[in-house]
Design a protein around this ligand. Structure first.
Ligand SMILES: Cc1ncc(COP(=O)(O)O)c(C=O)c1O
Ligand SMILES: C[C@@H](O)[C@H](N)C(=O)O
Length: 385
């Protein structure tokens, strides 16, 4: 794993894995970047990255043995919304079903409703971890000719979702059912890299290829755990890519000399996957168990989780842990630790021993505070996690 020098603005930032900053080595890669206009598909680095991700990482195949092709996008919000619009390239009414915590539903500015004019069916995962086929069957809208309804034509799954991996076997069941029902399946794989590295008993690339073979399209992101400043890849079959590229241009998402962005993304992919991504998850899990044990043993505070810790996120349920959000943020600030709330995001620039000990210090200060003070509930509601 690359040595992680201290960074001034990201080494203490646990708000998200999107807060990494470009390193000097990243900037050095730009010098050799190609300079073609990628709107005319003339940029070498962009085309190479599109081919590399589709072929080397996703195995060149999507479900039903469809050829996988890549379309380089500015963000995963864009690649997700392009996928949804491309799949729904016929007249509404129709609906899109997803987990109620999904990024496409919670964090993409109602794009599904606004850009695709679709009804969204946000579903609560009955196991609180991932949507099961039964959850989907219990909530989707069948295309049975009833003129009151908006039939479900697309299902969006997310892997990882809040750091939790989507089990392959369940996704296989969902995929098989979708294709029997004539429903498309999109994967928001912004952190598919993390899911691929979550288990030591499988090859990460093979895992990604196996997942890709279950879906009709996928987004994978370079600006999360891979540490690139910009970029996402939308994967679909050739006709899908052609339509998505048309819609991308319409949305102003066509990129002229994209070579330097693509080259940086390619560089980050090469140096951070799989070893760095794997190590970040290992240190995240190790940190959680040490923190939980320390607070319980030395301060009588038993932290509660909102979700299991499987990759690079720890979701502390502050309320159930008896921690007021504002007090938590106040003590974090006093330790110069950047936090949003109980969600702790780990990345390759905040997992040094210095960074982790500062975060642990923050929690120890919180536990010490509550040895002297009563817990007071928060006024504002917590974010949907
Ligand atoms: C699961 C997931 N999908 C998509 C996105 C959107 O990515 P971007 O910030 O590049 O639009 C994010 C956020 O970073 C995310 O966490
Ligand atoms: C907020 C959201 O867009 C971002 N993907 C994050 O996880 O921080």
């Amino acid at each position: 794993m690359a040595s992680v020098p201290e960074y001034t603005t990201s080494s203490n930032d646990f708000r998200s894995d999107t807060f990494t900053i470009p390193t000097p080595e990243i900037w050095q890669t730009v010098a050799e970047a190609s300079l073609g206009d990628s709107i005319y598909e003339e940029d070498r680095d962009t085309s190479l990255l599109e081919q590399r991700v589709a072929q080397e990482y996703l195995g060149g195949k999507l479900c039903a043995n469809a050829e996988a092709r890549g379309l380089f996008c500015m963000s995963t919000t864009m690649s997700n919304q392009l996928a949804i619009r491309t799949h729904l390239n016929f007249a509404p009414p129709y609906s899109v079903l997803c987990d109620k915590r999904a990024h496409v539903y919670v964090d993409e500015c109602a794009g599904i409703a606004v850009l695709s004019q679709a009804l969204v069916i946000p579903v609560t995962a009955s196991n609180e971890r991932f949507l099961t086929l039964q959850d989907i069957k219990d909530n989707y809208i069948p295309d049975d000719g009833d003129i009151h309804l908006a039939p479900t034509k697309l299902i969006c799954v997310e892997n990882t979702l809040h750091g939790m991996c989507f089990p392959y076997d369940e996704l296989k069941r969902i995929s098989d059912w979708c294709h029997e029902e004539g429903i498309k399946l999109h994967l928001d794989g912004a952190r598919l890299w993390n899911a691929a590295c979550a288990s030591s008993d499988r090859d990460p690339k093979q895992y990604m290829q196996d997942i890709a073979a279950l879906v009709d399209s996928a987004s994978v992101c370079f600006s999360k755990s891979l540490g690139a400043p910009i970029g996402s890849m939308l994967i679909g079959n050739p006709n899908f890519r052609k339509k998505a590229r048309h819609l991308q241009k319409q949305q102003g998402g066509g990129i002229r000399q994209a070579g330097f962005i693509a080259r940086i993304a390619n560089y980050c992919l090469s140096i951070n996957f799989p070893a760095t991504v794997t190590e970040v998850s290992r240190r995240t899990i190790e940190f959680w168990f040490d923190l939980h044990a320390t607070l319980k043993r030395d301060y009588g505070m038993e932290l509660q989780l909102a979700h299991p810790v499987e990759t690079n996120f720890i979701f502390v349920d502050l309320a159930r842990s008896g921690i007021n959000l504002n007090k938590f943020l106040e003590i974090g600030q006093a330790n110069n630790v950047k936090l949003f709330d109980g969600r702790l995001a780990f990345h390759y620039q905040n997992i040094s021993s210095v960074s982790l000990s500062t975060l642990k210090r923050t929690f120890i200060d919180v536990a010490s505070y509550y040895q002297q003070n009563e817990y007071t509930p928060d006024e504002r509601s917590a974010r949907i996690y």
